[in-house]
Write a protein that binds this ligand. Structure first.
Ligand code: GTR
Length: 341
């Protein structure tokens, strides 16, 4: 029997087998990271907070829903506890496409999209209602679109309440109490300028380093919302918190643009829709977590100082005017959101 390179028939079937193998390979590659329209998607979502924190719970809800609604075709794995890196570094990776998604705080975005500094303007939102009117309205939508300039696609916002100062060396009842205090601020934000305008000094530090910074006295205080103050255990080493509510900075769920562009149109719509639904889940969890955090702090004997915020606002009025002028479109949208119900 002839055993050379095979008969023309055999060569034909080998060619068919090779083509089939190539097709399988293409589909498999598409599954690693992005997808052709309707192909499988396997993404990682980086989250700083622990598993039981409201943002992480909402990330997980989002991922579970997508998995369920696509029979596992869209498979997003959530990595809590900054397992994929510090928030700022993750932003870099999402831009490059080496991590597909993240939930980050708007203050961390400023380094990549400078117009996002606007979210850090102190006292720019009057209260929770005003904040959500803005985020759900045209102003909030425009901010998400601005992320495209830097290689991101913004999907939705999550609540992060109001940020407040906390210290370990006596309470801050008014801005002058910040004199001589070294306060940790998030990388890249307007917060350092705010702290300095109030009379303190500011040190930029990654979130995960704050506990030891407070414990060792490298910093005297920091600032955050109540759930973060509790989940990080910072109250153990800085047990006075001042409810000055200087900023309301949203959390944002985002995808790298290169990865996003590999999704088919229907998948893009589905991912957006589920992300928007996850906001409702997160807001609900958030409200409960704020209550729970207050109770924990009261039980632990932490002093919660409900202060007159007007004094804090007055100390940064120059800064507010400067940035409201610089970000005029943002400011007009914020004003409009004040007048909608
Ligand atoms: C939290 C926010 C985190 C992180 C942190 C910080 O409120 O949810 O993503 O930005 O603040 O202060 O670094």
């Amino acid at each position: 029997m002839f055993r050379g390179n095979g008969s023309p028939d055999k060569r034909g079937s080998r060619l068919a087998a090779l083509l089939a193998a190539a097709a399988v390979l293409t589909l498999t590659l598409a599954g690693c990271g992005g997808s052709a329209a309707g192909g499988s998607v396997s993404w990682r979502l980086a989250e700083t907070h622990p598993r039981d924190y409201p943002t992480t719970q909402a990330d997980i809800w989002f991922a579970d829903q997508l998995r369920e609604r696509t029979n596992g075709r869209i498979d997003i794995e959530v990595f809590p506890d900054a397992q994929l890196g510090e928030e700022r570094d993750v932003m870099e990776q999402v831009k490059l496409g080496s991590v597909e998604m993240t939930r980050t705080n708007a203050n961390l975005v400023t380094e990549f999209v400078s117009s996002w500094e606007a979210f850090g303007i102190p006292y720019v939102f009057d209260d929770e209602q005003h904040f959500w009117n803005f985020l759900n309205g045209p102003g909030g939508k425009r901010k998400l679109e601005e992320l495209n300039q830097a290689g991101y696609v913004g999907l939705t916002y999550y609540d992060s309440g109001a940020r407040n100062f906390y210290t370990g060396s006596g309470p801050v009842e008014e801005p002058s109490d910040l004199h001589g205090q070294n306060i940790r601020v998030q990388p890249g934000s307007l917060t350092s300028e705010m702290v300095e305008a109030m009379g303190g000094s500011a040190t930029t530090m990654n979130f995960s380093e704050v506990y030891s910074g407070l414990e060792t006295g490298v910093i005297d205080g920091a600032e955050n919302n109540l759930p973060s103050y509790v989940s990080t255990g910072h109250y153990e080493v800085a047990d006075d918190i001042t409810m000055d509510k200087h900023q309301r900075v949203p959390e944002v769920l985002m995808v790298g643009q290169q990865v996003w562009n590999q999704l088919g149109q229907q998948d893009k719509e589905l991912v957006r829709e589920v992300a928007e639904e996850s906001t409702e889940v997160q807001r609900d969890l958030w409200k409960k977590e704020v209550e729970k955090a207050r109770q924990t702090l009261e039980q632990e004997g932490v002093d919660i100082h409900d202060v007159d915020t007007a004094k804090f606002r007055a100390a940064v009025s120059g800064m507010i005017d400067k940035y409201e002028g610089r970000f005029g479109d943002f400011t007009s949208a914020v004003d409009e959101a004040r007048n909608t119900d």
